[in-house]
Write a protein that binds this ligand. Structure first.
Ligand SMILES: Nc1ncnc2c1ncn2[C@@H]1O[C@H](COP(=O)(O)OP(=O)(O)OP(=O)(O)O)[C@@H](O)[C@H]1O
Length: 250
């Protein structure tokens, strides 16, 4: 399967409702075992989508395909050409300083200036010359986000980026991700195990079950009137049930 590029022009007058992802009947198996059995999905430019699913349901497999790391899937796939991915572990090169890590593979003019600006945006002014091993887990993941955002992606793929962080750092990273998304408006696909993380960050929440999207839940944050505590609690219960967790009411 070859990935086709979706043209995205951010000037709204030029494209009414551009897509960052268009997937039809996507299938992927390994060693004769089906993992993705028929995914259909459209993600609009600028939309924030969270992807939940039990362990082994194929979330990372889908992200790898979207990123172009796996060309052996079947189906139709169109994706925005400017994409970045962030993994649970920041995957920094330990022998390169922070700024050089952010610059790595970056093309075009003013590479260092852009990288410095990206580090400033994630709150790491003054750490440009630090070595990755001297950073905390949260700081290292900030570098990971800077390295992803400096490329101005139309599609930001996040594979459990905050899964290894403590609860407080995770909350700070949520705030940071929100502000990065406000400023740059990429479409986002966030893989997470955390239903509450999905509920606070995403406009839309998907559940992957047996290789298909079994639930596609609207979670529009822009209408606070619709995002009441009761509505959120109902969505949480629904998502947990879809994931096979049935809450016991005391
Ligand atoms: N390269 C590969 N070769 C063989 N099997 C693979 C390969 N990549 C993934 N799989 C299998 O595909 C299934 C889905 O894996 P994947 O990592 O996508 O799940 P996941 O939903 O991201 O899981 P988790 O939430 O535990 O990270 C698993 O059974 C896994 O063993």
């Amino acid at each position: 399967m070859t990935i086709q590029s979706l043209p995205i022009d951010r000037r709204p007058a030029l494209m009414a409702d551009p897509l960052a992802v268009r997937i039809r009947n996507l299938k992927r198996g390994f060693d004769g075992r089906a993992v993705l059995t028929g995914i259909d999905l459209d993600v609009r430019a600028g939309e924030f989508v969270a992807l939940l699913g039990r362990s082994g349901s194929g979330k990372s497999t889908l992200l790898r395909i979207l990123c172009g790391f796996d060309g052996d899937a079947d189906g139709e796939l169109q994706v925005a050409s400017r994409r970045s991915i962030v993994f649970q572990e920041p995957r920094l090169q330990p022998w390169l300083r922070v700024l050089t890590n952010v610059c790595l593979g970056l093309r075009g003019p003013n590479v260092k200036t852009r990288a410095r600006e990206a580090l400033e945006e994630v709150g790491l002014v003054g750490r440009e010359r630090s070595w990755p091993l001297t950073l905390s887990g949260g700081e290292a993941q900030r570098v990971g986000l800077a390295r992803a955002m400096v490329r101005e992606p139309d599609l930001l793929l996040l594979d459990e980026p905050f899964g290894a962080l403590d609860a407080l750092t995770r909350l700070k990273m949520h705030e940071l991700l929100r502000s990065l998304c406000r400023a740059h408006e990429p479409a986002v696909i966030l893989v997470t195990h955390d239903v509450d993380e999905a509920l606070v960050l995403a406009d839309r929440i998907l559940v992957l079950t047996e290789g298909r999207i079994s639930l596609d839940l609207d979670n529009d944050q822009s209408m606070p009137g619709l995002h009441t505590e009761l509505a959120v609690a109902e969505k949480r219960t629904r998502l947990l049930a879809e994931l096979g967790v049935h809450q016991v009411v005391a």
